[in-house]
Ligand binder design. Structure first.
Ligand code: TXA
Ligand code: MG
Length: 320
């Protein structure tokens, strides 16, 4: 079954079509990275501004070296430690990489994914895949093929269904300034893991300031947002502050007293941050489908994947 899906997806990608692909982080909306027409369609299907660069997905370090100009030594050390896996490195690009991919920047984000289906697909292709997350710009990332169908059915040639993704959060992005690593986006690979290789690194926190946003685009403070208004903090306090609202609660490990259980999701009864991360976006998708006035989300322990989760929660919060 999967082999047929992979063969069909490869044929469509070779013809310049868009295909939704599973990765270990989230589902991606993929096209031949060297087919500018196909890449333009990624931007239009996602309604994504062309100022927001895409990540290149490649099979091996060898192929990456054909479109990357220079990787600082510490980038190689990170690649060796974590590829294939949920880490994106932003490094200088060769001229042959179309500038539409990098939004005109001299750098390109690259990663070698570990998901067996995307690896089998890349092995069949003579080109890397450009793939942002397969969601409309600004909406919640998809962690199941069903999420992609709900948002993009009819707009892509094919959706490979490989079940729920393992990590559930996007890749961690590391860029370099004067060869020093900088954390551009928290993600599925915790900062603590990266620091075992690099030593302490700086995090460029999300911002709405234009100058900083240009260094590493895609870091606007609000992002990943459900359509239902959302708040985060101490759940019981939030519940008390909104007595007249129909509330849906996303909880870390136990339900909130006094709220119907059908409007609640518990992410990990045994307090595993890994499990909470895996289920978090699916919980947002599920809550956003309920007829509720307000989603409330918890604050996670502020370490490892908890840091990434807290950032995703903050970025999903908005008022209407
Ligand atoms: O896990 C992931 O990374 C998923 C899967 C599909 O691989 N992809 C993903 O792509 O999350 P996307 O497009 O949703 O997010 C890519 C982020 C954006 O915030 C973008 O601004 C940043 O990567 N980025 C890409 N190239 C960059 C560059 N040259 N400099 C700075 N940031 C870059
Ligand atoms: Mg995205």
């Amino acid at each position: 079954m999967k082999n047929i899906q992979i063969t069909e997806a490869a044929e469509l990608l070779k013809k310049g079509e868009l295909v939704a692909i599973p990765t270990e982080t989230v589902y991606g909306l993929a096209a031949n990275a060297f087919d500018e027409k196909a890449v333009k369609r990624i931007f239009s299907v996602k309604q994504r501004p062309t100022t927001s660069p895409l990540i290149l997905h490649s099979y091996s370090l060898e192929t990456i070296n054909t479109f990357v100009k220079k990787m600082p030594p510490v980038a190689y050390a990170l690649a060796k430690a974590f590829w294939p896996g949920p880490l994106t490195l932003v490094v200088s690009k060769k001229k042959r990489v179309p500038s539409i991919l990098s939004a005109g920047l001299p750098t390109i984000g690259v990663r070698i994914p570990s998901h067996p289906v995307v690896r089998a697909l890349l092995a069949k292709l003579p080109f890397p895949l450009a793939a942002p997350s397969a969601n409309p710009f600004g909406y919640i990332s998809p962690t199941r093929a069903q999420h992609v169908r709900e948002q993009l059915e009819g707009k892509v040639a094919y959706i490979i269904d490989a079940g729920a993704t393992e990590q559930g959060l996007e890749s961690t992005i590391v860029g370099f300034q004067e060869e020093q690593p900088i954390l551009y986006r928290r993600g599925a690979l915790p900062q603590e893991e990266i620091e075992k290789i690099t030593g302490p690194i700086t995090y460029l926190a999300p911002t709405n300031k234009k100058e900083s946003a240009q260094i590493a685009p895609g870091r606007t403070a609000q992002h990943y947002a459900p359509r239902t208004p959302m708040l985060f903090g101490d759940p019981q306090t939030l519940q008390k502050e909104h007595p007249n609202k129909k509330i849906g609660a996303i909880n870390f490990y136990r339900p909130l007293p006094g709220l119907p259980l059908e409007n609640q999701i518990v992410l990990s009864a045994n307090q595993s941050l890994q499990e909470a991360a895996q289920k978090f976006f699916a919980a947002l998708h599920q809550m956003d489908k309920k007829k509720i006035d307000l989603i409330i989300a918890p604050i996670f322990p502020d370490n490892h994947l908890g840091k990434t989760l807290n950032e995703r929660v903050r970025r999903a919060v908005h008022s209407k």
